[in-house]
Ligand binder design. Structure first.
Ligand code: S3P
Length: 441
């Protein structure tokens, strides 16, 4: 099958209800925690994307069986010492930074050397942010200049640590939390605010955890070596995947979209807070609590009077996966938007800050950059004519999806390469886009 798509027409007005696939962060955490539980866990609505499938295949290599049934996945854990790490094993995390970082946390007590590899994008990403704290627990780790492959051999004599997480990275925080699970004693973490799915899962599994929320950071204490029982979990829809449809609706004409069962956990709400400050008026309805997570239905309407934003830095971590699509909204808003301190964006599946700037310039948007701060000069009349080709973006799934939304909402004749990139996080993306009436070849 050809690995590009062509879009030659803007999407026509639509009025639909959709449901996106399960949240990626929660799906990976459920697989990992089920692998450490005692008994058979059932995970409903698990995201079936390459990142999650790689997590399943990897726990299988570590001796944990899973089965796909009609409505759920079953995962059979044997408790905290249930991984079979007696052999030298190689684990392939594919494109997934989340899985790669989190699994290392669970391997701090491995008996033998485990080698972690990944695809060419993941192999360029920094692992020292994880290996440093994991070494403090007592694990022995070797990496290739802070990159993959990482080789980890655990220790029998783990000691709890006090760790300050300053990047606002939920991956770092969660890797340390998972290592704390394996370590006797109390691990203390002061973490800059970031998504809190691991904390909520620990609480719902009755793992001894204390969280004190402060203004810009959280103090987390975990008592390790506490076995927990298998569980059932129904993964809510992913707000990051929803964000592409939200912006498509905002930028299209006379359209309305309801997205059902979306995770609207406060630590992920940056995208909605930012868009609503831009005059978007996205409604969250039918709010309910599920094991500490908040789930809602979102209602979005087209908006031809978006205004610019001076984006508060304290929303950076919460909207970290949504900036590409937010920049597109800013390009069509009235006025100059500013986004500051976005160095972390260049550390994702691709250097997203650099890629976003060259993308915006390619479609005629003025962007000024100073270090990791950017100004986007919005134009409510922005529309595209002529031919555009998008390639060489390190197969970054979110770059691919953002480009599709730009093509469908701004016009132009597009050829967009690396269609298979969406398999990392959202294989159903193009199916849902077509459901809304888009013509894609
Ligand atoms: C994730 C955390 C974020 C995010 C990633 C998923 C997670 O990374 O970009 O897609 O599931 O914990 P950082 O925590 O490193 O910012």
């Amino acid at each position: 099958m050809k690995n590009y798509i062509q879009i030659s027409n803007k999407i026509k007005k639509f009025n639909n209800t959709i449901e996106v696939s399960g949240d990626k962060s929660i799906s990976i955490r459920c697989v990992l925690l089920a692998s450490q539980a005692i008994g058979t866990s059932r995970i409903y609505n698990l995201l079936e994307s390459d990142d999650v499938i790689n997590a399943l295949k990897s726990i299988k290599k570590l001796g944990i069986n899973y089965k796909k049934l009609k409505k759920y996945y079953e995962i059979n854990g044997f408790g905290l010492s249930g991984f079979n790490t007696n052999n030298k094993i190689k684990i392939d995390a594919g494109n997934s930074g989340t899985f790669a970082r989190l699994i290392l946390g669970l391997l701090v007590n491995s008996n033998n050397q485990i080698t972690l590899i990944g695809d060419s994008s993941l192999s360029k990403r920094d692992f020292s942010r994880i290996t440093k704290p994991l070494e403090m627990f007592g694990a022995n780790i070797k990496s290739h200049n802070t990159n993959l492959p990482v080789k980890i051999r655990g220790s029998e004599f783990l000691r709890p640590i006090e760790y300050s997480e300053k990047l606002g990275s939920a991956q770092c925080k969660s890797a340390v939390m998972l290592a704390a699970l394996k370590t006797p004693g109390i691990t203390k973490i002061v973490a800059k605010k970031s998504r809190n799915h691991t904390e909520l899962l620990f609480k719902s599994l009755k793992i001894p955890i204390k969280v004190i929320n402060r203004k810009n950071s959280d103090l987390i204490e975990i008592k390790g070596h506490h076995n927990f029982k298998s569980f059932k979990y129904n993964v809510p829809g992913d707000i990051s995947s929803s964000s592409f449809f939200i912006v498509l609706t905002l930028l299209s004409e006379n359209s309305k979209l309801k997205i059902r069962n979306v995770n609207t956990n406060n630590s992920r709400l940056g995208i909605l807070k930012i868009l609503n400050k831009m005059n978007a008026d996205i409604k969250t309805t039918n709010k309910r609590n599920y094991k500490g997570e908040t789930i809602s239905d979102l209602i979005v309407r087209s908006r031809n009077n978006l205004k610019s934003i001076n984006c508060p830095k304290n929303l950076n971590s919460s909207a970290i996966d949504e900036f590409l699509i937010l920049f597109l909204a800013a390009a069509k808003a009235k006025g100059v938007s500013t986004f500051n301190d976005l160095g972390e964006l260049n550390k994702k599946e691709s250097p997203r800050l650099n890629i976003a700037i060259s993308f915006l310039r390619k479609i005629g948007v003025r962007v000024l950059r100073k270090e990791n701060n950017i100004k986007i000069y919005g134009n409510p009349k922005l529309y595209l004519k002529g031919k555009f080709v998008m390639k060489n973006f390190r197969k970054d799934h979110r770059v691919f999806m953002m480009t599709c939304i730009a093509a469908l909402s701004l016009g132009g004749k597009w050829k967009i390469y690396d269609r298979d990139s969406i398999n990392s996080s959202f294989p159903k993306f193009l199916t849902i886009i077509r459901q809304l009436g888009a013509k894609i070849n």
